[in-house]
Design a protein around this ligand. Sequence first.
Ligand code: CMP
Length: 156
Amino acid sequence: MLNFAAAGGSKRYKNKNMTNRTFTMIKPDAMKNGHAGAILDRIIREGFKIVALKMTELSQAKAGEFYAVHKERPFYAELVTFMSSGPIIAAILEKDNAVAEFRNLIGATNPAQAAEGTIRKLFATSVGENAVHGSDSDENAEIEGNFFFSGLERSM
Ligand code: CMP
């Protein structure tokens, strides 16, 4: 009889856990500048599995809701206007230690401070128009993923 654990079953189950998931958006600047394909290719080559993905557009209200945590910041209005200025791609990604691994891959919020070879260093133009979003914690990854993909089965 096949042994579940010996066959890697428990590891596969662990990889379905939300703590191994993060959420990303390819932002309107990267979409407009034609970088979406290169960014997705890089994400996949770095070992992230795409669990869910959709191209969509945020209304001002929805962008405001998504970034509500930044409501009091001076750049909030600019951020909401920018994020609702054109199409985006939203995706849930899976990899061991996904949140930290993905933040390493995208680099610092300000592309001027992002490490060489990171997605923001390669494709972002400014701190406001910084090509991609990546969740900053496991908890926010789940909240942000649910914002776009409500009802997504954990077993997918
Ligand atoms: P993101 O990772 O999507 O999370 C919050 C966003 O706010 C951030 O990326 C930036 O795009 C934006 N942001 C942060 N700081 C500034 C700033 N000083 N000016 C404009 N936008 C900013």
